[in-house]
Design a protein around this ligand. Structure first.
Ligand SMILES: *Cc1c(COP(=O)(O)O)cnc(C)c1O
Length: 409
């Protein structure tokens, strides 16, 4: 089900036309569909209903407090990677019993906060992190639950910059180190080794790498004979960004996990980000200029890489949608670019597009994940507003940063 789409040639977010929104809100802004978010969460939940996983939404994909509160209402937990994300997740009302803390560089302050909040699992990524947690737990005389992140040496056939599962990457412990650290932890009386976690990367659209991961985990379990209370399979489930690119077959993945979990009494944890929020937003932006140069038509937008970095950072493609689709076409070499002073500040090249002119608006699709959360003040531009649509209602869920706030530090 798609809640953000062209209806009778008008771009709509649920029951509201984007044209109505641009009359009310200043561009650029992110616009979310709450129904899409709910739909995605429920699809995920029901596809894995046999294993009844703990779903820990990856806060780094989108950290908007209102959206986190909505996810909490649906029953979501959180996967956090910093003290800021941890505090935001708890502020959104997410129970610490449903929070896992990942990341290779947790500081002592972050670890202490995670312990104080009594999170479900701290997923450690190095032996020295284990030692630090052990030291802290001795001081406070409390047993701490930890998981270890495995580096399974499997890459997800995704963009190199979002692949985390290869042995040359900084993440997790490779097979032999994992086994050795398990042995050490068992001798530490202040630590409870409860989890095995893994996350091989993002935007994985083929089920095969996940299948390989499950078999490596089985190997580890056979070798260590540890009955992990939690097996945290991470996130990474890919979505469709273009007609050519299919989303991950989640049902197939669920079948693999069902088979994997049979005869084990572990609880499955997932940490999806993109799958839950990715297609639930569109970035609405205005065409400032159309500049002809060297056989090209540069369509200069008021949104740039500071608002949506994925294209510059990962060569990611986001479909561009007109607010009003016309039968008449604008033909030629069209290049959609932002206003930022960087040549990588461009979104898309097209051979034809709906008839557009300066002052018109377009939307960049599927920007819910790693859109706003990756945005910055580069070029001293304010962070932009986030709007949420629910049926026929719409409201601001993050204000555009004021110029005063922007220039005062
Ligand atoms: C980024 C990340 C996720 C979420 O990845 P998606 O591709 O958005 O599902 C989950 N777990 C960890 C440890 C991560 O770093």
């Amino acid at each position: 089900m798609n809640y953000i789409k062209l209806r009778k040639n008008n771009l709509c977010v649920e029951n509201i036309s984007a044209q109505k929104l641009v009359k009310k809100y200043r561009t650029p802004f992110y616009c979310y569909s709450l129904s899409q978010l709910k739909n995605n969460y429920h699809t995920f939940n029901s596809t894995f209903r046999t294993v009844k996983p703990i779903i820990c939404f990856s806060v780094k994909s989108n950290a908007n407090l209102t959206l986190l509160r909505e996810l909490k209402k649906m029953g979501s937990g959180a996967d956090v990677v910093s003290i800021g994300e941890l505090l935001k997740a708890t502020k959104a009302g997410i129970s610490a019993k449903k929070i896992v803390f990942s990341g290779i560089g947790k500081t002592e302050e972050e670890i202490r906060m995670a312990i104080k909040k009594r999170v479900l699992l701290i997923n450690v990524e190095s032996e020295n992190e284990v030692n630090l947690i052990n030291k802290i737990s001795k001081k406070i005389s409390r047993k701490i639950s930890i998981g270890i992140r495995l580096n399974p040496n499997i890459t997800g056939k995704t963009h190199q910059k979002i692949s985390t599962g290869g042995k040359g990457e900084k993440f997790g412990l490779v097979y032999n180190d994992f086994i050795n650290v398990c042995k050490k932890i068992r001798k530490m009386r202040n630590l409870k080794l409860e989890g095995l976690s893994v996350h091989i990367g993002s935007q994985i659209t083929n089920v095969k790498p996940f299948k390989k991961v499950l078999s490596v985990i089985n190997k580890i379990i056979n070798k260590t004979k540890i009955n992990f209370k939690f097996i945290d399979l991470g996130g990474g489930m890919g979505i469709s960004y273009s007609k050519k690119e299919k989303q991950l077959n989640l049902k197939q993945y669920a079948q693999l996990v069902n088979k994997f979990i049979k005869n084990k009494n572990s609880k499955i944890i997932f940490e999806p980000g993109r799958f839950i929020i990715g297609n639930a937003a569109i970035l609405i932006t205005k065409i400032i200029y159309i500049k002809k140069s060297n056989n090209k038509n540069f369509i200069v937008l008021d949104a740039g890489m500071n608002n949506l970095m994925r294209s510059a950072l990962y060569n990611a493609h986001h479909q561009i949608v007109p607010l009003k689709k016309t039968n008449k076409l604008f033909k030629g070499n069209l290049e959609f670019v932002g206003p930022v002073c960087e040549s990588s500040d461009k979104f898309s090249n097209q051979k034809s597009f709906s008839q557009i002119k300066e002052g018109d608006y377009v939307g960049l699709a599927n920007v819910g994940a790693y859109g706003m959360s990756l945005s910055s003040n580069y070029n001293t531009r304010p962070t932009i507003a986030e709007i949420m649509v629910n049926g026929s209602k719409h409201r601001v869920i993050r204000k555009r940063q004021s110029l005063e706030n922007l220039v005062n530090n």
